[in-house]
Design a protein around this ligand. Sequence first.
Ligand code: 5GP
Length: 192
Amino acid sequence: MKLLEERIRKDGTVKAGNVLKVDSFLNHQMDIDLFNEMGKEWARLFADRKITKILTVEASGIGIACVAAQHFHVPVVFAKKSQSVNIDGEVYSTKIESFTHKRVYDVIVSKKFLHPEDHILIIDDFLANGCALEGLIDIVNKAGASVEGVGIAVEKGFQKGGDLIRSKGIRVESLAIVESMDDKTGEITFRS
Ligand code: 5GP
């Protein structure tokens, strides 16, 4: 998606450790007009799929997923980072290792909000090594629901997550795929 690539070039900064900082428009301050165009694009790309719910993970997936949902007219459920373990069996839970914070979180979704008849579109801001997506897919599988596809804002194509998730036969639509980035020069190249 040209609009997103141009914005990353203009306002994104490359940090050491393969981190792309996009907090002026994507995951701290949020450009809602841009989110709206992203939502429109996912709706076009997934027009052939029956979607009943969007699933994301807190915190930075929520804003993007909510704006996108206005083009799908379905509810958004977000996986919550949890301190407490699942003692009463009322939640689906899984573990996600955070790429940016280098720690493992337990995340949960209430069993009330995911059902076997659900067709899920997973949305997130970044795809790096694929841990967040693997966790969300695990939750959908535990609910017996089906993953119709994954919508990602920025995929870092030089990390393993994209290949990992696509090798499971899951359709991943990333709106910008960074082929390479250099923290010394700030140069970013996109996959065409
Ligand atoms: P993964 O689980 O695929 O390794 O990483 C995905 C998660 O890590 C995303 O939800 C995102 O919050 C965070 N993340 C991964 N890479 C980056 C990055 O380069 N920049 C930012 N801002 N977040 C990232």
